[in-house]
Write a protein that binds this ligand. Structure first.
Ligand code: ATP
Length: 321
């Protein structure tokens, strides 16, 4: 079984108790453990895989809450450090009537951004390992440097690097700074996941297929393109693509749908000894069907991790669909 390492933020998402209001008008929030790398690691573990989250938490109660939930879901937490120098990151979220979000982040800096590469020095990466990262923790910080170190080690070991930009503009001084960081780190990835909402921002290209072609830089061999309720596609560097139309469900909260999707996709890659790219090539439609099922189911409950379905629940859902 392939190990998954995810690196980046683990934080508390404050989800509004009521939908359809602007962030400034919301009176009550519910704390939910989140942060894309935490969500992806949790998805992979809940489905039955071995995942490790590389991050740092404060010594505060929110850090305790995150650690407890991740451990209860089976995520390995050996490389999670704690610090008194900063608090655990917080994100306040508003949801409109269709479940889409707006964010306000509290991290100046948060504990995750102070994560030092020395915390990862004991990891021996191998060619079967998967490494997933996003752009939220690529702002100037010790954590950004730790990304460089860990990505470098995984590439050296011939593991597979997956980049899901997961753009959150409020975190950056300006859009160009965000785009530059995304393009700089995309160069190290074998697989890139982008959503329809991010594609034009990242590439500056309006035409969808031209924009996707522009993502095939350096090592990138496959692009995973997600389109919310309209499902997803895999586009291959050497040409061709496959797609799945997604599922119609009663959506309550889309927070973490993309993370559930990619966590489920990576779990599918863990089930074979073939290389990750070979599996995407040989079994793309089935990989997408499963990942879309997990992504869709995750939107039917509140929260990013508490909404994740078990393997049995996904199997039952897919049988019906
Ligand atoms: P997020 O940033 O919310 O985590 P994302 O923007 O990265 O998500 P999306 O394209 O919104 O990614 O969603 C990923 C996958 O989740 C979709 O391809 C689809 O399979 C599933 N999904 C998302 N939203 C819905 C929805 N409203 N109904 C059904 N499936 C959905």
């Amino acid at each position: 079984m392939r190990r998954l390492f995810t690196i980046g933020e683990a934080l508390i998402d404050f989800i509004p108790a009521e939908k359809g209001k602007k962030l400034k008008d919301i009176n009550a929030f519910e704390p939910q453990v989140g942060g894309a790398p935490a969500n992806v690691a949790a998805t992979y573990a809940i489905l039955g895989g071995e995942s490790h989250l590389l991050t740092q938490l404060g010594t505060d109660a929110f850090g305790d809450r995150i650690l407890e939930l991740l451990e209860s879901k089976g995520v390995h937490t050996n490389y999670i450090t704690r610090t008194r120098r900063a608090n655990t990151g917080l994100a306040f979220v508003s949801l409109d009537d269709t479940g889409n979000r707006d964010f306000s982040f509290y991290r100046n800096p948060s504990a995750d951004l102070l994560y030092d590469a020395s915390a990862t020095s004991g990891i021996e990466f191998g060619k079967n390992d998967l490494l997933h990262f996003c752009s939220v923790d690529l702002v100037e910080s010790a954590m950004k440097e730790t990304h460089r170190t860990v990505i470098g080690k995984v590439r050296e070991a011939q593991g597979t690097v997956i980049f899901d930009p997961n753009i959150r503009l409020p975190l950056w001084d300006d859009e160009d700074e965000c785009r530059e960081a995304v393009l700089e780190f995309m160069r190290f990835a074998d697989i890139v996941k982008v959503s329809d909402e991010e594609l034009e921002f990242i590439t500056g290209i309006e035409n969808e297929s031209d924009a996707i072609s522009a993502l095939f830089t350096d090592y990138v061999k496959a692009v995973i393109y997600t389109k919310g309720p309209a499902g997803s596609q895999i586009i291959y560097r050497e040409g061709g693509y496959c797609e799945h139309p997604g599922y119609v469900v009663e959506t309550i909260d889309t927070t973490g749908a993309g993370d559930a999707f990619i966590g489920a996709m990576l779990y599918q890659l863990s089930l074979s000894t073939h290389s990750a790219i070979e599996i995407l090539r040989e079994n793309g439609p089935e990989v997408l069907r499963f990942a879309n099922g997990v992504g869709a189911l995750s939107t039917t409950k509140k929260g990013a991790i508490t909404s994740l379905p078990t393997h049995e629940a996904v199997a039952t859902f897919l049988k019906k669909g």
